[in-house]
Structures are given as C-alpha cells and as structure tokens.
Design a protein around this ligand. Structure first.
Ligand code: NAP
Length: 528
C-alpha cells in the first residue's frame, strides 16, 4: 500500500508545505515507508473553514444517517485488512494481536455510538408545556435538548493507535453528536492515521456526508495543534497524552478571546490499596495479579497501577517477594517510541535515586536492556519518606510500580489524603477489612473516577456504566467520561426553546414524539 503522506482536508488531499517527517519502527529504529507533510497555516485554516461549513449541513443530518456514517467507518476500517494491522504494529511495537483487539474495540465503539444515537434518548429531551392562563404571569412553553457544539479538534493518543486515535472514542463520539472533526495526528503513527483517515473519508463519501465533516492534519511539532486550539471556529478539544501536553492545550483554550472546553485525559498513578486481611489470605495470588497488571503492554496504559500501598506485615513481605519473582520472569517489550522509552528510563532512574527507595527487581530494570525496551521494575519505600517527597507521587509511564509501606491504617489513610485526582483507585479487601477501615473508602471516592474492588485497574470496559475520567490532574473535567456512550456529552450543549413554533422545533422536541424517544414530559419520563 502506497503511503501518500498528505494532509486530508475533507474530500481532498493536500501537501503544500515543505516541512516533512517520517515515522520509525521502534523495534529496529528503522525508517518506515512514507514522508509526511506538516500542515501549513493555510491548510489548517482551510480544514477549519470546511469544518465550519460542514457543520451547517451535518448538524441537520438525522441521527439514523449519522449512525450509518459511523457504521460505514467501521466497515471501511475493517476493509483495510491486515495492512492496517501491520502498519500500526510496526509503528508502535504493539503486537499484531494487540492491534487486532484494539481494532475490535474501535469497531465496538463506532457501533455503540451508532446504536446510541439511533435509540435517541441521549439528547435528554424535556418538555414543560406552557400555561397562558397562569397568574400572575403566563407560564412559557419550554423544551430543552442537547445540540452539537461545532467543530471538534481531536489529538490522537500514542498508546492507542486505533481505539483512541483517528477513528477512536473522541472522534466517534464527536461525529455521533453531529460535530465535524479535525484530527491532529500523532507523529509516531502517522501512517496508521493516514490509512484510517482515508477510510473515514471513503465512508463520508459513501454515506453522503458534507465535505469537511472530517479532516486530518499532520505535524511533528506543536504548531498545528496550537493553531487548531486557538482557531476561532474550534468549539471543543479532545486530548489523551501527557500532563504537560494536556495542560498546555487547556491553557491555550482558556486564554482565547472565547474560551472553549478542553477534555484532556492525562496522567494517573491508579493507586492500589492492599488491605491486611485480603493480603493475609492471598498474598501470592495477589502479587501475581499485580505483576501481570503492572507489566501488561509494557505498562503503557493510563490505568497502569503505578502505586501500591500496604501495611507492614509478613503477608506484605511475602507479597513483595512473589512480586519480585514474577517480575524476573517478564520478557521486556519494546515501548511505543524511542521518546517514550527515554522518558520511562529517565523518570525511573530519578525515582530510584531518591532516599529510601529500594529496587526489588535489580536484574529486570538495569541489566538486559535493549534499545527502546521497557524493562519492568518494582521498588518499595516507607510511607514516612514517600509523604515528604512529591517526586515519588508522579506517574512513571511504563512497567513500573512503587510499593509504599505504611506502619498502620492511619498512615494508609494519610497516604489516601495525599493522593491527587485519579482515573482509578483499587482496593483489595475482605468484609473484615472493610469493617475496620472506617472512612477510608469515602476518602478514596473523592479522589477517583472509578473505584475498583478486588480487581486491577488495567482493562477499561466499553459500556454504559463505565467512568473513564477522574478529578484533576487525571483529567481537566471530571464531570465527563471519555469512554462509553456518555462520552458524547462532552461535545454537546443544552439549548432550551421557549415558545418555539412547531415548525422550528427539532423532531426530538415536537408534539407527538415523532421519533418515539424517551423524554421528559412535564417532569415525567415516558414516550408519549
Ligand atoms: P504527548 O507528548 O502529550 O503528545 C500527545 C499529542 O499532543 C501529540 O500529538 C503532541 O504533538 C501533542 N502535544 C503535546 N504537547 C503539546 C503542546 N504543548 N502543544 C500542542 N500540541 C501538543 O504524549 P505522547 O507523545 O503520547 O507521550 C509522551 C508522554 O505522555 C508519555 O511518556 C507519557 O508520560 C504520557 N502519556 C500518557 C498517557 C495517558 O493515558 N495518561 C497516554 C499516552 C502518553 P507532537 O507530538 O506533534 O508534538
């Protein structure tokens, strides 16, 4: 398959710039086929203009047609077959099996949003009939629902080249809601991005979507991303990546003349609490479970458990010993890119140099290192030292976890109080544990988007009740999820129609409920 390297601006391909870059295979450090053209200022402006124009038509496209568009995207991506799997695998060092499972997840997400908008009640329609005879003032007729927000800029994630990238959750939810999308491709998997962007363009053509409903722009520096966030026609931003990146974009968006929402999903250490009785009953199995979770996919998940906390005991010692054994067995994997591997090692080295930190897995971390491979590691630190050293509280993106050892439950509660906002928090505990931990669980609830009992944080189910998003700094807006059908709510705004004539009202709000959706009528949920 020929790699064209061009920017996709609606239906057209464009390569007017002179700055180019390539992608590399992190396993071999070899250049891959394709030269990618960074988008110019004019190309960014053209993509935005097209998105603005497309919004006029796309917002009126009925839900069943938008659903057909999403389903067509899924079909076109599948039609790329093994070529897509090969390119994504070679650009990210993720195995073909992992890429295939990510592709399955991407299909599931696209179809989930398609079904969600076909069913219709997500618009949260509500009608309160007016009463012209009410005294002293007539009551107005009020009808409210969610409407699309406008062009959405999506920054694709390095660690999910399909499921959180070009046609991933952010793009799918924004398109589902009725918004055009402009993707800023991730420079490390620009070839994968191109294939998926072309598939989306084919799907748009096939289902008769307006030109400009989707664009994808290349860049390997910050300038295109910054221009997109600052552009007056951008109405919202979806981002997955580093804290620095996510916050830089959030700041830019808030410094605009008209600020816009930025939904940045950033770092998390996903602390795991090992309560005494649970540990005592099952230390070895728990250690095996934790080792598998920490090292899964070279630890390159936003839900990777970067911190564990337990109370000093023989069971905790035995847990640490089995953890160490398990880590020695792990075959290190090549990380997503040389940059990510470099970050991992420098942050890890820094953490290991801190006073009181003891590395359990000497062989794994320091020897046998091949270029770009993420050697797994686990270390311990007493809570008394941990609490005085903020550097140890930070995420180390990769297969590493720090076990914090407390002297008693009060220290564990203090540890909980020190935690910043998290995507997840896990608690391994028995009923006996829960009966004596007092208000620990309530403390944890305030810090996490998802509280997990007797399970590891890795593995995010795509389902209606999932919450993927936690208090700052895990995300910039903890009121939303970036996974599951409700992720669509990031890209809409509620609008009320007051005393609007029937001809103006969207079908969702018309008398007689022509779409047959669940909605509130004078405060009561129903379909009548
Ligand atoms: P990143 O550096 O945050 O980059 C993500 C995307 O945002 C890239 O397309 C990047 O553009 C863009 N970007 C970053 N900073 C920007 C800025 N100031 N202005 C405009 N655009 C900006 O993340 P990454 O490349 O995926 O990995 C780097 C680190 O992020 C990892 O080592 C890890 O610590 C963290 N990470 C976290 C998660 C998570 O889920 N929490 C996921 C992935 C990575 P360019 O690359 O073109 O400059």
């Amino acid at each position: 398959m020929m790699v064209h390297g061009k920017n996709r601006i609606g239906k057209n391909l464009s390569s007017t710039g002179s700055i180019t870059y390539i992608t590399t295979d992190p396993t071999k450090n070899e250049a891959l086929e394709g030269t990618f053209f960074c988008a110019t200022v004019d190309e960014v402006n053209l993509a935005m203009q097209k998105a603005k124009d497309a919004f006029i038509a796309y917002r009126k496209v009925p839900a069943f047609k938008r659903a057909a568009f999403l389903e067509a995207i899924a079909e076109e991506i599948m039609a790329l077959g093994d070529a897509l799997v090969r390119r994504a695998s070679v650009e990210t060092a993720l195995s073909p099996e992992r890429i295939e499972s990510e592709r399955t997840r991407t299909m599931l997400q696209l179809r989930l949003y398609a079904d969600h908008i076909k069913e219709g009640s997500w618009v949260n329609a509500s009608i309160d009939l007016g009463d012209p005879d009410r005294k002293p003032n007539p009551k107005p007729d009020l009808r409210r629902m969610y409407l699309p927000i406008g062009p959405v800029v999506v920054f694709t994630a390095s660690n999910f080249p399909l499921a959180y990238s070009t046609a991933g959750g952010d793009t799918a939810s924004a398109l589902a809601a009725g918004n055009p999308v402009i993707v800023k491709s991730h420079p490390s998997h620009a070839g994968t991005n191109e294939m998926v962007a072309d598939a989306i363009a084919k799907a748009a053509e096939r289902t008769g979507m307006p030109d400009g409903v989707f664009s994808s722009l290349n860049d390997n520096s910050f300038s295109v991303g910054e221009q997109l966030v600052k552009h007056p026609d951008t109405k919202a931003v979806g981002f997955t990546g580093s804290y620095n990146g996510g916050m830089a974009l959030w700041r830019l968006a808030n410094e605009r003349e008209v600020p816009i929402p930025v939904f940045s999903e950033m770092g998390s250490t996903n602390p795991v609490y090992l309560l005494e009785d649970a540990l005592h009953q099952n230390d070895a199995q728990l250690a095996k479970t934790m080792a598998a979770s920490i090292t899964l996919g070279a630890g390159q998940f936003c839900t990777n458990p970067g911190l564990m906390v337990g109370i000093e005991s023989n069971a905790l010692k035995s847990f640490a010993a089995v953890l160490e054994e398990e880590f020695q067995k792990v075959i290190p994997s090549v990380m997503l890119s040389a940059g990510i591997a470099g970050n991992y090692f420098s942050k890890l080295e820094m953490a290991l140099q801190q006073k009181g930190v003891t590395l359990l897995t000497q062989r794994s971390v320091r020897s046998d290192r091949t270029e770009n491979s993420g050697m797994p590691g686990v270390a311990t630190v007493p809570f008394k030292i941990f609490k005085t050293n903020p550097l140890l509280h930070e995420e180390i993106f990769g297969p590493f976890s720090l076990l914090v050892i407390c002297e008693n439950i009060d220290e564990m509660k203090e540890f909980a109080a020190l935690q910043k906002g998290q995507l997840t928090t896990s608690v391994f505990g028995s009923e006996k544990d829960f009966s004596r931990t007092g208000d620990l669980i309530n403390k944890l609830l305030d810090k996490a988007g998802r509280l997990i009992f007797n399970g590891v944080p890795t593995g995010v189910e795509v389902t209606t009740s999932i919450q993927h998003g936690g208090p700052y700094p895990a995300t910039t807006d903890s009121r939303f999820t970036s996974v599951g059908p409700d992720a669509i709510l990031r890209f809409v705004r509620p609008v009320a129609f007051q005393n609007a004539p029937e001809s103006i009202l969207p079908d969702e709000l018309k008398d007689g409920n022509p779409l047959g959706i669940w909605r509130k009528f004078n405060g009561k949920l129903g379909k009548d």
